[in-house]
Design a protein around this ligand. Structure first.
Ligand code: M6R
Length: 612
């Protein structure tokens, strides 16, 4: 969602801000803007569309010099996608303070604040909640920006990460957060603030994350952190573990493709140091202290959204099969509002790549407030969800830039299987059983490498169906969430309408959709439900549908039933999603490229969805 970059130091701010915005482009946005304090005056530019539009505008407007500035990519929530709604927003010009603000999040009580300010004579020029906050800061400003920000935030409910500058204080940058991510990079005589580390690491690897309700006042050579009530708090500056090459495209045309190909290496990282083959153990340092509590828990609920939700579904199967604990999954957004029953011994596992998804974070908080143990399966270290949990396991798959989640999905499934083994070993599973399973897990990266060799074949097959606007994805058991994931991948980046469902469900209505030539993708690997899936394939064929199958290497029978078959290596049933998803990711990728879509930045989508 919205991306924030701010700079205070001794170098020209504009190039740093623009470069930072480009690093954050992957988060998804619809407009961008920048404000720089130049010779004690605010210079601002805002433009709908890509950051390059903003760059062109800045070039047209002349120099944007100055070593203090703020910049933003906006993903519209309040108000349409227009220049005037793009950030930065200013306080009321009548007051003459010259305050400018950028904001990620939602000010929930903005309507009542707006009424209050309007009655005080403020006039607003945009439709945004952010402008209301800018005016509120201006209203309470009495010559000290830090104090004004604190005072304004005490009146605000909702979520925010903000950066604020004021013409009257050319040596001060004030930033604050609650609920939305914000990080402060600490350089020599300079600070680079951003929504995530990708916009910081080119400048410094020292950084601190702001805790909720914390305000930081940054000057060129010092900083002070406090609560919104002005109680000083300590900020721990830490080394960022980040390799710049991980966020470069390298020889790939798109981040999504790069990340699909990174999956074997990523999973080797997920496994590294966590597998004790000899002892038949899985070593998960992050949750070891809660091992007993976890193994004796009564119920486990996985919550997430989108791709992470599909990993949750798979996690449920794995936990029941390996951990033998009653398990369930739920959309985080539904869980939190349905008055969930959290009995003693309930564990809620939040699954999230970004660790910032608002619905997942809120579900976790709800579960905790009802007494559940809160675990996280998260990729981004130090993210809001990872900090909210009692314990957790990181994915370690490296930064995921493409909006379509790929390597995070396999990481989530891999960690869910490790978590299930961890629990199972403490309950019923013998060391031998676990060792066998671990050996199979260890072979997964190589199996994915083989599946990746299918790319050209998949591209050719996809070409045949590229004009079709409606696709079905079907599977049974663990192949059902994979079918859902295949449909989600296709629709989100190629804008083709795709539905995923359990293969058996087709007969209960969706079969009416099947007409001559409709592509129907079956995840039809050899497993306990294979024969049943073959029957479903026949039902589609007899209605003229085109069957595309993901099948197990060596399965000759399926050849006569499907127009196209993508063979993946044979792996144990419980681990099949880790390989069967790969052809579907490649298929979605090739379809989007063939249709000329912006693969890494699909329309209307954001990488991390930080609003409900
Ligand atoms: O960061 P998270 O894993 O919590 O994100 C959850 C979903 O927003 C995300 O998986 C989304 O569905 C992706 N666009 C799917 O490719």
């Amino acid at each position: 969602m919205c991306g924030i970059v701010a700079y205070i130091g001794r170098r020209p701010a504009t190039p740093i801000l623009l470069e930072g915005l480009k690093r954050l482009e992957y988060r998804g946005y619809d407009s961008a803007g920048v404000a720089v304090l130049e010779g004690g005056k605010l210079k601002m530019a805002r433009a709908v569309g890509r950051v390059r539009n903003l760059e062109e505008l800045i070039e047209k407007q002349g120099k944007f010099e100055g070593s203090l500035g703020i910049a933003h990519t906006r993903w519209a929530t309040h108000g349409g996608v227009t220049d005037k709604n793009a950030h930065p927003h200013c306080d009321d010009s009548k007051l003459g303070h010259g305050i400018a603000i950028i904001h990620n999040g939602i000010i929930e009580n903005y309507a009542s604040l707006k009424t209050y300010l309007t009655e005080k004579g403020h006039t607003f020029v945009s439709d945004t909640d952010t402008e209301v906050l800018a005016h509120l800061i201006g209203e309470v400003y009495k010559g000290d920006l830090e104090k004004a920000v604190q005072a304004a935030l005490r009146e605000v409910t909702g979520a925010y990460a903000i950066a604020v500058v004021c013409q009257k204080e050319p040596d001060v940058l004030v930033v604050a957060r609650k609920g939305s991510p914000l990080m402060v990079g600490v350089g020599k005589d300079e600070y680079v603030v951003a929504s995530d580390s990708s916009a910081i690491v080119a400048h410094t690897t020292q950084a601190f994350t702001l805790a909720d309700y914390t305000v930081a006042k940054l000057t060129r050579d010092s900083f002070r952190t406090s609560t919104v009530d002005d109680v000083p708090v300590n900020a721990q500056v830490k080394e960022l573990e980040f390799d710049l090459a991980e966020i470069e495209l390298g020889n790939f045309e798109h981040y999504m493709l790069k990340e699909i190909y990174e999956q074997p290496r990523a999973l080797r990282m997920t496994l590294q140091g966590r597998v004790d083959m000899r002892g038949g153990q899985i070593v998960l340092g992050g949750i070891s202290q809660l091992a007993r509590q976890l193994a004796t828990s009564r119920r486990i609920v996985f919550v997430g959204q989108g791709t992470a939700l599909h990993a949750c579904m798979i996690g449920t199967y794995l936990m029941e099969e390996l951990g033998k604990i009653p398990s369930d999954w739920s959309y985080a957004s539904e869980f939190r509002y349905r008055n969930p029953i959290v009995e003693e011994g309930t564990v809620v596992v939040a699954v999230s790549q970004s660790g910032e998804t608002a619905d997942t974070l809120a579900a976790l908080q709800e579960a905790k407030s009802r007494g559940a143990m809160a675990l996280g399966i998260v990729n981004v270290v130090g993210s809001s969800i990872s900090r909210e949990t009692d314990a957790g396991v990181y994915l370690r798959v490296g930064p995921e830039i493409g909006v379509a989640s790929t390597k995070a999905f396999v990481g989530q499934v891999m960690v869910a299987s490790m978590l299930s083994l961890f629990v199972g070993r403490r309950r019923y599973l013998s060391a031998d059983h676990v060792t066998k399973f671990l050996q199979a897990l260890d072979r997964i990266p190589a199996a994915i490498e083989r599946a990746l060799l299918l790319s050209d074949h998949i591209k050719k097959a996809t070409e045949k169906y590229i004009e079709r606007e409606n696709w079905l994805f079907l599977g049974r058991g663990l192949n059902w969430p994979v079918a859902l994931e295949g449909a989600l991948k296709l629709k989100e980046i190629s804008y083709i309408h795709a539905e995923g469902m359990p293969a058996a469900e087709m007969k209960h209505g969706p079969i009416a959709l099947i007409d001559k030539g409709m592509p129907v993708v079956f995840v039809a690997t050899r497993n306990s439900q294979y024969e049943k899936v073959l029957s479903n394939i026949q039902e589609v064929r007899s209605r003229g549908g085109h069957v595309i199958a993901v099948a197990t290497e060596g399965d000759e029978d399926i050849k006569s039933m499907a127009e196209d078959v993508f063979y993946v290596p044979d792996v144990p049933e419980l681990l099949q999603p880790l390989v069967t998803v790969v052809p579907l990711q490649l298929m979605a990728y090739h379809a989007a490229v063939m249709r000329g879509k912006d693969v890494d930045k699909p329309r209307n989508l954001a990488k991390s969805v930080t609003v409900e």
